[in-house]
Design a protein around this ligand. Structure first.
Ligand code: SAM
Length: 318
């Protein structure tokens, strides 16, 4: 059943929105929140547009997606009119995002023929049809990749970070990169830098060098386009806070869900392929083998996902 504008009837959501209006989230960091006792995870197998319809307005802190681009990489990667289709979930994404929330979209510039889509098409649509603000384009650079003979071998992808307003939550401290001893000594002498921030580490900048997962990678669960935990973790830590809601409606193997369990965020996921469930179980198995916490509450529907979170506001940051 489609549920629209439920936020008007939900008291916990209303108080969350009031806190947001008071503009308090903008200046907070993860240290201002406590982790929920258990993360709530909902993974539904369905079409993303149907899944999105059930999500209340302004209820999601971070949307982190890695969409298909009509490149015919698999049977899930074929759409007749790419941007017409993408417009449906982009509009819904704007609706469900909180005023201080962010959306991250993985992609690339890979135009091959008129049917395929890419990040440029998405940016063009967003720029001319939505109120999203483009905060950063992150260059994800990697050293490992396919060789090429008819063009320069590709060694980067792009990821865009969009915000719904200028009051977006951003916890730089949680993703700062430590200085080496030598760099730190030099940085502390630099009069232009604030020594308190310098001690916390460097801004990772918008060029991130993180290896792609190759066939032998210990993180691999078998999904052909699985993303590394490190890159997803950086977005989840910087753009959402403990106890907030993260959404991935092209879940694939559920890497976003895996990171949310580790980082204490509640996570809503959907994917049109049933194989997602097996991939996600494989993630959990790998986490267990590494001695990581895999305790979470499995929620079967979007409706159930929101009701208990907001009723149980003492255990979550909401
Ligand atoms: C690029 S993959 C995501 C991989 C993921 N980031 C990971 O780390 O495993 C895109 C996913 O979108 C799913 N998909 C394609 N069309 C969809 C639709 N209309 N609704 C929901 N999921 C869809 C595919 O089944 C595929 O698993």
């Amino acid at each position: 059943m489609a549920i629209h504008n439920k936020s008007h009837h939900n008291h916990a959501l209303m108080s969350l929105n009031k806190m947001r209006k008071d503009n308090t989230l903008k200046h907070k960091t993860a240290a201002d929140f406590s982790n929920p006792d258990k993360t709530k995870i909902c993974l539904n197998i369905m079409d993303c547009c149907d899944f999105l319809k059930a999500i209340p307005d302004n209820s999601v802190q971070l949307i982190c997606i890695d969409p298909p681009y009509n490149l015919e990489l698999a049977d899930w990667d074929i759409y007749d009119n790419y941007i017409e289709w993408a417009a449906k979930w982009l509009d819904e994404a704007y609706r469900v995002l909180s005023m201080d929330g962010s959306m991250v979209i993985f992609g690339g510039i890979q135009f091959r023929d008129v049917k395929s889509g890419d990040l440029i098409d998405i940016i063009h649509y967003i720029r001319h049809n939505t109120k999203f603000k483009l905060i950063n384009t992150i260059i994800w650079r990697y050293k490992n990749g396919m060789s090429a003979h008819r063009y320069f071998a590709n060694r980067h992808e792009e990821v865009i970070w969009l915000a719904k307003s200028n009051d977006y939550y951003f916890d730089l401290d949680s993703v700062r990169v430590p200085y080496s001893e030598k760099e730190l000594a030099l940085a502390l002498k630099d009069k232009r830098l604030n020594p308190e921030n310098t001690m916390k580490g460097k801004n990772p900048t918008n060029v991130w060098e993180i290896g792609r997962l190759n066939g032998n990678s210990k993180e691999r669960v078998g999904h052909p386009t699985q993303k590394p935990i490190e890159i997803i973790g950086r977005f989840v830590k910087a753009l959402s806070y403990p106890g907030s809601v993260v959404l991935d409606f092209f879940a694939g193997s559920g890497t976003v869900g895996r990171v949310c369990i580790t980082e204490g965020r509640h996570c809503l996921m959907c994917d049109s392929a049933i194989t997602s469930i097996d991939y996600f179980n494989k993630h959990l198995e790998l986490m267990k083998n590494l001695g990581q916490n895999t305790d979470y509450i499995e929620i079967s529907s979007v409706d159930d996902f929101f009701t208990p979170i907001f009723q149980n506001s003492t255990t979550s940051a909401l």
